[in-house]
Every structure is written in C-alpha cells, then in structure tokens.
Design a binder for this molecule. Structure first.
Ligand code: AMP
Length: 122
C-alpha cells in the first residue's frame, strides 16, 4: 500500500492540524488520542512516511526504528505509567482494524485495562 501524504497524522506532523503533544524528538511525536479508549490513551508516530509496522519494520532506517522505540518508552515514562503499567498496541491492515494509514502505536494506561483482545477469555 502506497503512503498517502494527506492522512491525518501526516497533516499533524506538518503542523496543519493541532495536537496535544506529550513528547517529541527527532524521530517521533507522541500526542493524546482524540477519542480516548482508556484513562490515558496516547499515540506515538514516527517522523517518516510509513503506512504501518509492515513497511516501518522492513524499510525504515535502523536509527529511526531505534529512535522510535526509545520515544515510546520515554513517552510512557513522561505519562507516569511505569509503576502502574501500560499496554502498547499497533494495528495493521483489515483484520487489525487500522484506520489511519501512518504507522502508530497506541499507549493505554491509567487503570486496569481488561482483556487483551475483545472477545477473548483472558
Ligand atoms: P487505528 O485504528 O490504530 O488506525 O487508530 C487511529 C486512532 O487515531 C484512533 O484511536 C483515533 O481516535 C485517532 N485519531 C484520529 N484522528 C486523530 C487526531 N486528529 N488527533 C488524535 N488522534 C486521532
């Protein structure tokens, strides 16, 4: 799937749409989700044109992949989630239910998060 430069997260990176920033560095931007699904719900996106984990993991330079992962950890620390715990989630494609075609991970926290996958037993 080709990267669509008009997607909402690309527009956020270009400063065309406001966001509630939690953390930013050369590799990534972290901001609050507009429709939070947990007491804390933050998105972390890499600064590069990648649709999902599929092309990010295969094609992003190693420095960006490492920097992005460091930014995810730093964002969770800045949110005060380390002691209580948190969950990371990344959707890819149809079965994953990905809506925005710019790679992102969700950070959920701020309270017990329940089942890992909807409809699962545990
Ligand atoms: P996904 O289903 O993994 O693609 O998740 C996309 C997420 O982006 C959803 O949780 C949306 O609520 C969130 N979202 C969409 N537009 C914005 C926006 N402008 N600012 C912050 N979060 C957004």
């Amino acid at each position: 799937m080709a990267y669509d430069d008009g997607n909402v997260f690309a527009r956020i990176l270009r400063g065309e749409i406001p966001n509630r920033t939690v953390y930013e560095d050369a590799f990534a931007l972290a901001f609050h989700d507009v429709h939070p699904q947990a007491p804390v719900h933050v998105l972390v996106i890499p600064k590069g044109p990648f649709v999902s984990l599929e092309d990010f993991s295969a094609q992003a330079p190693a420095e960006l992949q490492a920097g992005f992962l460091r930014a995810v950890g730093e964002t969770a620390r800045r949110l005060g989630l380390v002691e209580g715990g948190y969950r990371i989630l990344a959707n890819h494609g149809r079965d994953g239910g990905q809506e925005v075609p710019h790679f992102h991970v969700h950070i959920f926290g701020g309270g017990p998060l329940g089942r890992m996958v909807a409809g699962s037993a545990a």
